[in-house]
Design a protein around this ligand. Structure first.
Ligand code: ARG
Length: 458
């Protein structure tokens, strides 16, 4: 393709380090779509003849069929998907194929292809996340009033509802979806027509190619157009943050599935056995979701380092943009699907969750709040009185609600029988009815809102 100036072919290692076809063949659909839009515009502008444009368009359609049927052949000598397709086009239609690359460079071509690919990836992730959210909302609805321990420092803190806990992840995923949506909106300007770096003297119509490819319009600066990979980094950063959320939920499932907790059991479909310990049921899928998040963050870091310090405009370093994005995307798609499957099928051990909520003096704050509300004691003092009651209960091996009234009155005479109404885990969660609180009524309100959002989403 660029042999005119060269006397010798490349060294074998040059061919190998230079070629991107082994991975950028994944852009074949976007590459053909970009070329179709480009050649249609060239014909309309009178830059190539209708006859040549038709031959090119037909040839590209044939190649599309070939790639779909047999995959993209990998020939390192053809370097990348752009050259591979153009070479095949020349085989099919002869010298007219050489007109396709008029007023275009591989630099704006690859930027366009990659943007189209990342945009599709974002759309796929968004749809998968909507399904994940639906799974969370569905399970949260089943367990809006199921009581479990809420933790801080992984110590039992206050009772919460399981539905509330699951809806926390719904919120995280909602933010993830908005991050991908932001990134998609920012991405949606078409670089095609920036040519190598400076634009072109041919009378091209960039609005037309942008519209044909579903962009909101052309990019504004040709140098930026061919050297911008922000959209790939935006994708990877959003993917990293999403994968952190998935990893945290995976981690909770791993802890909850362990025997000392026994909060959940994962179905056979998402567990594995041990080759030596017959009793084992390992939460491998959750562990791999947790593990994949590290690799996804690594991909984000890889492209960040690749882009750091590159002068304008295109440099070949930028060819390395694709492998981390492809890898992160594959890991992410698997992680979302596995997590969705686990949420849909996990069994929650409701009695065990309740028992764990009842242990650990989880309603101590409720006692303190009761003292404030009913006996008008300042919170700091109420906290101290409650601490004394917890110490006594611990010493006696009783739950707070099992302490006799005389023992409580001995700690503070302002306590009376009514306090027992505040000490059950159900009373505790029901009392936390502030907006966004854990009370079942609040959880159900948030679920109703979530269902509306999921059903009205574009
Ligand atoms: N395979 C190249 C890439 O992915 C295409 C652009 C090549 N441009 C160039 N000036 N060598 O970046």
């Amino acid at each position: 393709m660029w042999g005119g100036r060269f006397a010798e072919g490349p060294a074998a290692v040059m061919r190998e380090i230079n070629a991107s076809i082994p991975f950028d063949k994944r852009l074949w659909q976007q590459d053909i779509a970009g070329s179709q839009a480009h050649v249609a515009m060239l014909a309309k502008q009178g830059i190539v003849s209708q006859a040549d444009a038709s031959a090119i368009a037909d040839g590209l359609a044939t190649i599309h069929g070939e790639y779909r049927e047999h995959g993209v052949p990998v020939d390192l000598a053809l370097e990348d998907i752009h050259m591979a397709t153009e070479t095949r086009l020349a085989e099919l239609i002869g010298p007219a194929a050489g007109r396709l690359h008029t007023a275009r460079s591989r630099n704006d071509q690859v930027a366009t292809d990659f943007k189209l690919w990342v945009r599709d990836a974002m759309d796929g992730v968004d749809a998968a996340l909507a399904a994940l959210q639906m799974a969370l909302v569905t399970r949260a609805g089943e367990h809006a009033a199921s009581v479990m321990p809420g933790f801080t420092h992984l110590q039992v803190a206050q009772p919460v509802t399981l539905g509330h806990h699951l809806m926390a992840y719904y919120e995280m995923i909602a933010r993830d979806r908005s991050r991908f949506a932001d990134a998609r909106a920012r991405l949606n300007r078409c670089p095609l027509g920036a040519a190598a770096l400076a634009g072109t003297g041919f009378p091209i119509d960039r609005e037309a190619t942008a519209a044909a490819l579903g962009f909101d319009g052309p990019t504004a600066n040709s140098l930026d157009s061919v050297s911008d990979r922000d959209f790939a980094l935006d994708y990877l950063m959003a993917a990293t943050q999403l994968s952190l959320h998935l990893s945290r939920l995976a981690e909770e499932f791993i802890i909850w599935a362990s025997q000392p907790y026994g909060f959940i059991s994962l179905p056979d479909a998402y567990s594995t056995g041990s080759s030596i310990m017959p009793q084992k049921r390992n939460p491998d899928a959750a562990e791999l979701v947790r593990g994949h998040s590290g690799r996804i963050a690594g991909c984000m870091m890889a492209l960040t380092m690749t882009m750091k310090g590159l002068p304008l405009a295109y440099s070949k370093d930028m060819q390395d943009d694709k492998p981390p994005v492809f890898e992160a995307h594959d890991l992410l798609a698997l992680s979302i699907a596995a997590m969705t499957g686990m949420i849909e099928t996990v069994t929650f051990n409701v009695p065990r969750l309740r028992a764990a909520a009842e242990a650990g003096f989880s309603t101590a704050t409720d006692l303190a709040d009761w003292l404030v509300r009913i006996a008008d004691i300042p919170f700091r003092e109420a906290h101290h009185i409650t601490g004394t009651a917890v110490k006594l209960a611990e010493h006696e091996g009783l739950a707070l609600g099992e302490l006799p009234i005389d023992a409580l009155k001995a700690i503070d005479p302002r306590i009376d029988e009514r306090v027992y109404g505040a000490l059950s885990v159900d009373a505790s969660v029901a009392s936390r009815c502030s907006h966004g609180g854990t009370a079942p009524e609040q959880v159900r309100a948030r679920i109703a809102e979530a269902l509306v959002a999921l059903e009205t989403a574009p």
